[in-house]
Write a protein that binds this ligand. Structure first.
Ligand code: HEM
Length: 151
């Protein structure tokens, strides 16, 4: 493996764990804490702002590193015509869906929190955030199947 491929792979997996881990921690720990009223609006605003920025920076990293890995290891034929290539395409689609879910959920959360308070914001976005967590798990399963070389 060349040095460039190595750097790309490390950056890709680093951001993969940082991003999906942050989403799962947010949905599993921060949102339930906010639902109890234990977290202030200012603190939640700081956390959701960080989550959105991590999502945007990760998007740049995933497109650059994932694009490089796909471009060097696959052709259009093997990307769509082999099970391993299809796992990579699924990864791309899931990333796109998860990015959209985070952007929409956080926007709605901030709007509701400002107008109606934290409790209402949590209730109004819980479904979206749980969907985001489910997609994050699917991404990790997809990556696990690639790492385990099952196909
Ligand atoms: C633009 C979006 C993405 C593209 C184009 C992409 C593409 C790729 C490609 C081409 C590989 C190498 C596959 C192989 O070894 O044959 C890969 C590996 C990997 N991707 Fe992604 N990816 C994207 C987003 C993500 C996201 C959001 C995650 C979060 C979980 C992720 C996690 C991983 C992991 C952990 C590996 C290493 C798998 C291994 O050990 O081979 N990727 N990705």
């Amino acid at each position: 493996m060349s040095t460039v491929d190595l750097v790309m792979t490390i950056a890709h997996t680093l951001f993969a764990s940082l991003w999906t881990g942050s989403i799962l921690f947010f949905v599993g720990a921060v949102l339930p804490a906010a639902a109890t009223g234990a977290v202030s609006i200012d603190m939640m605003s700081l956390v959701t702002n960080r989550l959105v920025w991590l999502t945007r920076i990760s998007a740049i990293v995933f497109v650059a590193t994932g694009g490089h890995l796909a471009g060097t290891a696959y052709t259009a034929g093997s990307l769509f015509g082999t099970p391993r290539g299809q796992l990579v395409v699924a990864m791309l689609v899931l990333w796109f869906v998860l990015t959209g879910l985070i952007e929409v959920s956080v926007k709605r959360f901030d709007r509701l929190a400002e107008r109606e308070g934290i409790g209402s914001a949590v209730n109004g976005t819980r479904g979206l955030f749980v969907a985001a967590a489910a997609v994050a798990v699917l991404l990790l399963v997809d990556a696990g199947l690639l790492t385990a070389n099952v196909v």
